[in-house]
Design a protein around this ligand. Structure first.
Ligand code: SF4
Ligand code: SF4
Length: 277
């Protein structure tokens, strides 16, 4: 089945922001449940709600039949749900459903508001202080760091008792409400990084993003240029939080988080479109 959905039919940006807020609030509630005494704190550890926990505990489970401590079979269910979303819509999990992606987007938005900055003025990239855009010579190699992180974690998981990322887990640092000095350190680095570079964790270090990247090539829900009505105005490049260059010609780029902000900003009928099927 092939169908195209035109952007003017609904506000993708508003829907996405609403969903991101719901995800953030929902994750805080999960965090809150685990610091409350008694019944409310039951229902599995905070870690067991994590999709990446499913990846961290996968190899130990396959080899020994036991999950790592603080994870359980619920991690595999959450992971399967995340992979299901990726199978249908690529890294849309990152753009729409990940609580860390949402927090990074909020931090960038609030930083811009504080500094009185806009992404573009009359279709051109504004001169801004923050967020920074790293030079290509640094940005390009750093983009591979997340794949290295993933490989190291998979190997390390075979000899660990707890998930390898646990002591530095960003989701615990931001949402678990049970802090250690390492988690405070992680939180400060994460917030500082997010102020300095838009979606810095997603671009450079997130092992779950690395896992989902491949699905952009095969998912049926994706952006396309059906008719070549694009006039190369560059608005989509300016809008892209992942700093993908020449967006119209890289619509299945592994870095694309399917946020649809490029589609939202495109003013040319018949250029970018959302394709299903
Ligand atoms: S790259 Fe990682 S942190 Fe960023 S949105 Fe995707 S899963 Fe979340
Ligand atoms: S290419 Fe478009 S959909 Fe993909 S991350 Fe950039 S703005 Fe979002």
């Amino acid at each position: 089945m092939t169908a195209t959905v035109r952007k003017k039919h609904f506000s993708l940006a508003k829907s996405r922001r609403l969903i991101q807020w719901l995800v953030v609030i929902g994750t805080f509630i999960i965090g809150l449940r685990h610091i409350l005494p008694g019944e409310a704190s039951r229902g599995g550890s905070f870690d067991s709600f994590c999709a990446f926990g499913g990846i961290e505990t996968l190899l130990p489970y396959l080899f020994t039949g036991h999950t790592l401590k603080s994870t359980n079979l619920l991690n595999f269910s959450v992971l399967l749900g995340t992979l299901g979303v990726a199978l249908v819509a690529g890294r849309a999990f990152c753009g729409w459903l990940c609580p860390l992606g949402a927090v990074q987007d909020f931090v960038t938005e609030w930083t811009r508001k504080l500094l009185g900055e806009k992404r573009h003025v009359r279709g051109r990239r504004s001169k801004i202080i923050l967020p920074l855009r790293l030079p290509a010579s640094l940005d390009r190699p750093l983009r591979y760091a997340k794949y290295l992180t993933l490989a190291v974690i998979l190997v390390a998981s075979l000899s660990m008792v707890f998930p390898p990322l646990r002591e530095f887990c960003l989701v615990r640092a931001v949402f678990s409400l049970k802090m250690t000095s390492l988690l405070w350190f992680t939180l400060v680095v994460f917030l500082a990084g997010s102020i300095l570079v838009e979606r810095f964790w997603c671009k450079y270090f997130c092992p779950l993003g690395a896992t989902l990247a491949i699905f952009n090539k095969i998912s049926p829900v994706r952006l396309i240029m059906e008719n070549n009505h694009c006039n190369n105005c560059g608005r989509c490049d300016i809008e892209c939080s992942m700093d993908i260059a020449d967006v119209p010609h890289h619509l299945d780029h592994p870095e694309c988080v399917r946020c649809m902000e490029c589609l939202n900003t495109c003013a040319r009928e018949g250029s970018l479109e959302l394709k299903i099927g």
